[in-house]
Design a protein around this ligand. Structure first.
Ligand code: HEC
Length: 129
């Protein structure tokens, strides 16, 4: 009886420590989620621009540039990720570099520009998120 109790106690302590270690690890590295949220913030802004029919070229370019900069850090932020993940991160970088260069002048162009970006987000989330 006493041995069983000790085993149960030992297991409980092990599980709690593992959960604690995982949460410490996560909170020590806020960068992956931070980058994702920065990109989400800007892509949401661009989607709203398209939806409201207000697509000022300078504002759109700035948002695309912000996303492009954030995307540069995705691969290093997920250090140790497998090659397929790194490939998808590279694709996002490429698509966003093109999008930032494209400088869409109106809502039609902006809509066409963000489509491949959203696809690149989706392609990775489908597999890894
Ligand atoms: C190469 C892979 C990859 C690409 C490309 C990618 N993501 Fe992510 N994303 C992830 C992973 C992995 C997570 C889960 C991160 C975690 O839970 O620590 C995630 C999580 C998120 C989250 C949730 C963050 C949170 O606080 O829980 C948001 C929002 C997000 N991504 C937005 C985006 C947007 C917007 C794009 C495209 C512009 C994008 N992601 C492109 C891999 C990717």
């Amino acid at each position: 009886m006493r041995a069983t109790l000790l085993i149960v106690l030992g297991l409980a302590i092990g599980i709690i420590s593992a959960a604690f270690a995982t949460s410490v690890f996560r909170s020590r590295n806020p960068l992956p989620k931070a980058l994702m949220n920065v990109m989400e913030y800007h892509i949401d802004g661009l989607k709203q621009s398209v939806a409201s029919g207000q697509c000022e070229a300078g504002a759109s370019r700035l948002k695309l540039q912000q996303m492009s900069m954030a995307s540069i850090d995705v691969a290093p932020a997920f250090a140790g990720a497998d090659p397929d993940f790194l490939h998808l991160a590279g694709r996002l970088r490429g698509v966003l570099a093109d999008a930032a260069q494209a400088s869409p002048a109106d809502c039609h162009a902006l809509d066409a520009t963000i489509k491949p970006v959203l696809q690149a987000c989706h392609d990775c989330h489908r597999k890894y998120d």
